[in-house]
Write a protein that binds this ligand. Structure first.
Ligand code: OGA
Ligand code: ZN
Ligand code: ZN
Length: 389
């Protein structure tokens, strides 16, 4: 007779001069410095039991703090500390929590979120779509929608009512509306005196919205209330896949676009917003985390004349990749569709339309990226206690 759950093996533990060394069942050894173990103590004297924030007077803790005792058993690692620095009921960490917080580089990289970039044939509207009534009413369906936005960068809500402003209702179901100089929501339609190219029938090149703002809006929602014009088809491209392809085919161009800050500017009667930033955003490991592409709002490019030819060649090569049909996912907005996409990751574009043939009306707004992800994490928890170490 086998037992269902094999008892967890107790990792090897060695209390050393400055840290505890843990040898995990996979053979890797990892170190946890004493100050780190002391500072993160979850006991009620050190962490507020409800607010779940640190309350230990960490300035009173010597950086050279050492435990009075270090013990290990199946439940985890247990430490006690001298009480004259700051009170503590005793520190207990489960192996699972310590495993999730290993400090070595390979462990940090292993738990890093990896984005799998896509090309056009890997994406289709049906598999990314959730019905409006379902996502508004049921958390499971909301979670499914948010998973699409989180992993693919794009999700669709279909069957959205077209008789009212519904896009902000969807945004609020996810989290909070993130306002901008276009207000709480915006109407995308061809109009007289447009303060934005989107409000014309012109084609829009692949872009990230509002790159002139220091903080790029996180997630964009666009709800189609009416669309019976000729043209105006939508195109989405994974900006991370585009940037990674540029790095493969021309590393020097990639380095230029990810290191050189350039100006983006947006000016209208009621605003004037400018910001310098690189076109490709990379993190500390050199991984691409987003783009800031907007050919219509770029510039004037404020870099040395001698740097300009290489910059413009690199920029053109990046755009050429985004314009390759193989990279693009195209669809036509149907009335009642709402697309939700990560504005740092996904480039969106549209073909020109003929406004004499009908009417095209989208309504859009933004939701913070952190808030969308937070909502997804809370939904995934399914009520489990987050206050466990
Ligand atoms: C926008 C935009 C696309 C469209 O409003 O930011 O890019 O299809 N609109 O009209
Ligand atoms: Zn404590
Ligand atoms: Zn746009």
């Amino acid at each position: 007779m086998g037992c269902e759950h094999a008892p967890p093996r107790v990792p090897g533990v060695e209390a050393r001069t400055d840290d505890v060394q843990v040898t995990w069942p996979d053979g890797h050894a990892g170190r946890f410095p004493y100050f780190w173990l002391r500072e993160n103590c979850p006991c009620q004297q050190c962490t507020h039991p409800e607010a779940w924030e640190r309350i230990v007077d960490f300035m009173a803790l010597p950086l050279t703090v050492k435990p009075d005792s270090v013990d290990a058993d199946r439940a985890g690692l247990h430490l006690t500390w001298p009480s004259h620095d700051a009170p503590c009921d005793g520190t207990h960490y489960s192996w699972e929590w310590l495993d999730d917080h290993r400090l070595e580089r390979h462990a940090r990289l292993a738990r890093k979120r990896r984005i799998r970039g896509w090309t056009g044939s890997m994406v289709d509207k049906d598999s990314l779509a959730v019905s409006h009534d379902a996502m508004m009413a049921r958390d499971d369906d909301l979670e499914r929608l948010l998973r699409h936005v989180d992993s693919t960068g794009v999700g669709f809500v279909v069957g959205v009512p077209t008789d009212r402003l519904a896009v902000t209702e969807i945004a609020q179901r996810i989290a909070f509306v993130e306002e901008s100089h276009f207000g709480r929501h915006f109407d995308v339609l061809s109009k007289v005196d447009p303060e934005n190219l989107a409000y014309t029938p012109n084609a829009l090149q692949p872009h990230n919205d509002l790159p002139s703002r220091q903080h790029l809006p996180g997630v964009q929602l666009l709800h189609c209330r009416r669309n019976d014009v000729a043209g105006g088809d939508s195109v989405f491209v994974d900006g991370i896949a585009v940037a990674c392809r540029l790095r493969e085919q021309n590393p020097a161009a990639f380095d230029l676009l990810s290191s050189l800050s350039v100006m983006f500017r947006s000016v209208a009667a009621d605003w004037e917003i400018a910001n310098r930033a690189p076109i490709i955003a990379v993190d500390e490991d050199g991984d691409v985390v987003g783009t800031r592409v907007h050919p219509a709002l770029l510039g004037p490019v404020d870099i040395e004349p001698d740097e300009q030819p290489a910059f413009y060649r690199a920029h053109r090569e990046l755009l050429s990749i985004a314009l390759e049909p193989e990279m693009q996912f195209s669809f036509r907005f149907e009335e009642g569709d709402c697309v939700i996409f990560d504005n740092a990751r996904i480039l969106h574009a549209r073909t020109a339309f003929d406004s004499t043939t009908g009417y095209r009306h989208l309504q859009g707004c933004y939701v913070g990226r952190d808030d969308l992800r937070s909502r997804l994490m809370v939904l995934r928890r399914r009520g489990a206690d987050y206050r466990i170490r």
